[in-house]
Design a protein around this ligand. Structure first.
Ligand code: URA
Ligand code: ZN
Length: 355
């Protein structure tokens, strides 16, 4: 249970990341992306796929305390009106590790996440990570996670065991998630259409490549019948559903008229979207209105994506200043009717994430 004074007072953030100290230690020992390097007296985080990420002298992004410091996370929450955060390890989780290493390290990171949340005085809950390249072990780890009192499900990327979330090899994981009622938070990392964004830094990769990746992964999961086989599966889709709320009608129409492939789904694709959960990270009231029109406001939960998208002004003290990105998020929510705002900021997460 949440401490009484936190129950209804402020926002609950279900999309907020941390690089746990054991994870940072692992990234620092690596000599290829993903890694943390020290260049010109500054630590830099190199995680995104692509050659540029490795080669240029100002590659990656400055890697400050905000990425790994729990005290800083709590201060950020205090500064931005957030009572409770459901923390997740940031991308790329354990996706890039060989299966045996991913299995062993997932246990370490999940135990660390539990310990961090348990020590937070009620301010933090967490998502675990899974070694999806080893689906049977991943299903076992998911069952073990349910014994860790402060964890509320898992965060996963879109690569699955290497062949996407529509891969039948993942069925043991979906079966355990559905059986145990564990929330599965689907988050992008790889980008989609990346060749089209050359010369734009991270801007279009994050603005377009991330939501395109999420949209394609979720659409393929639906078309592969995963939700027909595992109807109780609970999915939390990142970034307000990517592009899916806008494209849901087109998805239904194109699937409905397809002649070469018979998807044999029990319902139109958009019907499966209506069973999923979404964060509110759209930065735009009309984007949230499209999501609400599709799934209703009861399935949407506030998120910040902290510590990504820090302010550009390098003279600001990140621990004390207001960050523009969560402010933009709040502003988008403020464009909604009052009872929807309250539900999205707080009540939905308390109910859905059992806080
Ligand atoms: N950039 C990332 O690498 N991850 C996020 O979650 C957001 C921005
Ligand atoms: Zn994120």
């Amino acid at each position: 249970m949440l401490p009484a004074d936190l129950v209804s007072k402020a926002s609950i953030d279900v999309h907020t990341h941390i690089y746990l100290p054991t994870y940072v230690e692992m990234l620092r020992k690596r000599d290829s992306v993903p890694r943390v390097v020290d260049r010109n007296g500054q630590s830099r985080l190199l995680i995104l796929p692509g050659k540029d990420e490795e080669d240029s002298p100002d590659a990656g992004r400055p890697f400050g305390r905000e990425y790994f410091d729990i005290g800083g996370k709590i201060r950020f929450m205090d500064n931005h009106g957030i009572a409770v955060s459901v923390l997740s390890l940031a991308n790329p989780w354990v996706d890039f590790l060989p299966p045996a290493e991913a299995v062993a390290l997932s246990r370490v990171f999940n135990d660390d996440m539990e310990a961090v949340c348990a020590a937070s005085g009620g301010r933090l809950r967490g998502f675990g990570v899974l070694p999806l390249k080893a689906p049977a072990a991943a299903a076992e780890e998911l069952a073990r996670i349910s014994t860790l009192r402060h964890l509320r499900g898992v965060i996963i990327g879109t690569s699955g065991a290497g062949n996407g979330l529509h891969d039948p090899a993942l069925d043991p994981v979906w079966a355990e998630a559905a059986r145990g009622g564990h929330m599965v938070f689907v988050h992008p990392h790889y980008g989609l259409g990346n060749a089209a964004y050359e010369g734009t830094g991270h801007a279009l990769f994050l603005a377009l490549g991330f939501p395109f990746e999420t949209s394609a992964a979720i659409a393929r999961l639906i078309l592969a019948g995963v939700l027909d086989r595992h109807s109780k599966l609970k999915l939390l889709v990142a970034h307000a559903g990517g592009t899916l709320p806008y494209l849901a009608g087109r998805l239904d129409s194109c699937v409905g008229t397809e002649r070469q492939v018979d998807f044999t789904l029990k319902a139109a694709p958009s019907e499966y979207l209506k069973r999923m959960y979404f964060d509110s990270i759209g930065y735009h009231t009309p984007a949230l209105l499209a999501l609400i029109a599709l799934v209703g406001h009861e399935r949407i939960m506030f998120g910040t994506d902290h510590p990504f998208f820090p302010p550009r002004d390098a003279t600001l003290d990140l621990a004390t200043c207001l960050w523009p990105s969560p402010q933009e998020n709040y502003a988008a929510i403020e464009g909604l009717p009052a009872e929807q705002q309250q539900a999205i900021l707080n009540a939905n997460a308390r109910r859905i994430m059992v806080l």
